[in-house]
Design a protein around this ligand. Structure first.
Ligand code: HEM
Length: 338
């Protein structure tokens, strides 16, 4: 395997200042939202359904082309998994939204890409309940936040009417979900996989999908998670979807879905969410204080593309910001130590 040199990226000169403008907007949003609250929370994905213990198993039977980075080190790793709604406010779970599954695999030695956590023995994978994203870079996400999240009704409508691709992605990805353990999740944006580009796809093993509740409680996704994990494990097949064709599967256009027919995901690990009880005050607080970022990874799994580049400074700065405001040290877990 080479070092992924063909994925060296040309970074526009103005990009750093565009990312800083986005960060300034996000800091302002969080400060205004959480002013006077007991805790500063994440900018987005603030509603946590649960932080749960899981095992991430890399089999020793993978073919050579899949033995890359973490997937070249067979074994069962302990992990934390955080389930969330994507919105920047804590709405009722029946609301249309995107859902997140953030995976932190522990006991992964080796220098990580993100400088501020280079020596931590963790590796993060972040996936959502969507296969595309309504912005391609920092400028587009900044405009989306300014007009759709912060804007008045008319500004929202005008923005969506004049940005039909983004409007379509929002409309098709923000949907109701019955159970966070039954969603097929995707990384949406690409990552290096040795000398290839891949997206991550996590597919639940679900014998019979739940229906939406007829009389949903505000937090029914949490209630279902508590109930199901109180009775049994839940299992996801964690896979990589290779970029097969640069035209149909572009690296830098998250509006475009990579066809699952053209490139079926190839399983590289099993994510087993363990039977457990997790809904305690201590674990909730622990989950609030954890941070996930796509850049906390082995170099073989480096994030690719403009949107991911923007995420590097955004996640690092925004996590530091909320930890400082809450006067809580930022630390990476080494075990299920709560
Ligand atoms: C430029 C685009 C994006 C921006 C600016 C952004 C921003 C953020 C921020 C600020 C956080 C909270 C970080 C913290 O305080 O610890 C977050 C969390 C999250 N983001 Fe993004 N995001 C972007 C794109 C994406 C994409 C493409 C995905 C697809 C997988 C994604 C998935 C998530 C998830 C799952 C979380 C929750 C992590 C947790 O549970 O703690 N984001 N995002």
């Amino acid at each position: 395997m080479n070092d992924g040199a063909r994925f060296r990226e040309d970074i526009p000169a103005q990009e750093a200042s565009e990312v800083q403008a986005l960060i300034a907007r996000m800091r302002h949003l969080v400060s205004a939202r959480d002013k006077g609250a007991a805790m500063h929370k994440r900018d987005v994905h603030i509603k946590m359904h649960g932080l749960v213990r899981a095992e991430f198993t890399v089999p020793d039977t993978l073919p050579p082309e899949l033995r890359v980075g973490l997937f070249a080190r067979p074994g069962t790793y302990k992990a934390w998994v955080r389930y969330s709604n994507a919105a920047s406010y804590a709405d009722a779970d029946i609301a249309r939204d995107i859902r997140g599954m953030a995976i932190k695999v522990m006991g992964v030695p080796g220098q990580k890409v993100l400088e501020s956590q280079a020596d931590a023995d963790t590796q993060d994978f972040m996936v959502v309940s969507a296969f595309n994203f309504p912005a391609r870079n920092a400028v587009e996400i900044d405009a989306l936040v300014a007009n759709v999240v912060q804007g008045k009704l008319w500004t929202k409508v005008w923005f969506l009417l004049t940005h039909l691709s983004a409007a379509w992605v929002l409309l098709s990805t923000m949907i109701k979900q019955a159970n966070v353990l039954q969603i097929r999740y995707c990384s949406v944006v690409p990552y290096l996989f040795g000398s290839h580009a891949v997206k991550y796809v996590a597919t639940p093993r679900v014998p019979e999908p739940d229906a939406l509740p007829s009389n949903p409680s505000r937090d029914f996704l949490r209630d279902r998670l508590v109930e199901q994990l109180g009775q049994s494990d839940a299992v996801f097949d964690f896979a990589v979807q290779f970029q097969r064709d640069e035209a149909c599967m572009p690296l830098d256009d998250p509006f475009r879905i990579w066809s699952l027919d053209l490139s079926p995901p190839r399983k590289v690990a099993t994510l087993r969410i363990l039977k457990q009880s997790f809904d305690t005050e201590a674990i909730r607080t622990y989950g609030e204080n954890l941070s996930f970022t796509p850049w906390h990874c082995l170099p073989e799994h480096r994030p690719l593309g403009a949107l991911n580049r923007a995420r590097k400074a955004v996640y690092d700065t925004m996590s530091a910001f909320r930890h400082e405001a809450n006067q809580v040290p930022r630390r990476e877990p080494v075990d299920w130590d709560v």
